[in-house]
Design a protein around this ligand. Sequence first.
Ligand SMILES: Nc1ncnc2c1ncn2[C@@H]1O[C@H](COP(=O)(O)OP(=O)(O)OP(=O)(O)O)[C@@H](O)[C@H]1O
Ligand SMILES: [Mg+2]
Ligand SMILES: [Zn+2]
Length: 291
Amino acid sequence: MTGNASLPLVRVGGLTKCFGPGCPQCRELTGPAVGTNQCPRCRSVLACRDVAFEVYPGEVLGIVGESGSGKSTVVRMLHFDFEPTEGRFHMCLPSAAGEPERLPDPEQNLFALSPFARRRLRNELMGIVYQSARMGLRMKVSAGGNIAERLLMAQWRHVGRMRERACELLERTEVPLSRVDEPPRRFSGGMQQRVQIAKALSTRPALLLLDEVTTGLDVSVQARVLDLLRSLQRELGPATVVVSHDLGVIRLLTTRTIVMRHGAIVEQGLSDQILEDPQHPYTQLLVNSAL
Ligand SMILES: Nc1ncnc2c1ncn2[C@@H]1O[C@H](COP(=O)(O)OP(=O)(O)OP(=O)(O)O)[C@@H](O)[C@H]1O
Ligand SMILES: [Mg+2]
Ligand SMILES: [Zn+2]
């Protein structure tokens, strides 16, 4: 499924985010070798540094690591929620994926685009499920309304079919249709995540970003949401980045994984290999403590 013959859909390089003013010593005084992401001199947090990876069409890439290792920061920069301090981000889409003039130039660093152009790319090509449903949904707007808003932002052309499309997606993500007009704040955590998933997939994104999609859910609910994601991913085939600190989620959903610690990638490879035979001491610790 990794279609290595094809070009990567996403290429990320040198991705770095410093929260705070930064100083010339931030880099040497932080990172996995030092055991912290916070610079003792200027108190800035180097949330991620020199992160580089590729995601191929249809592939599911995992990002795993302990709390605070920088996983969400990476994903949120790809979604243009935060400006990176440094970094390159390229997307290369086959022209069949849309009208050629609306596709990004594969050589263009997308971080250098205008805010307007970035917003358009995000709206038209990406879907995200946030770690917190509060960030991903308007809690007082109906479930159907949340999806309709998303479709409008992506300039979905079939305005008359908006409600139908919202219902289709909610049905596909197993949200009872009787609840389409209810606001997500009345829903359980699992149901809120289903609405986020429906919203993220509504525009058939080329790139799907899932941040701790099952964290905080009951184990039985987790299993059903993961099943659902697996079948939707197979059916719709977006390139997907799955962030989780749960190795079970990584095992179930991903083919390749990067392991982060204190903002840096410490190990990467095929997920099976990483889980069976981790090389880096930190990954060994992660895997052993999950057994
Ligand atoms: N807006 C912000 N301002 C300052 N520091 C931040 C900000 N957002 C994140 N950080 C810091 O950056 C580091 C990385 O945070 P991030 O949320 O990316 O970690 P994470 O790997 O997603 O953790 P978790 O598993 O808990 O979700 C943390 O030390 C965090 O405190
Ligand atoms: Mg996070
Ligand atoms: Zn510093």
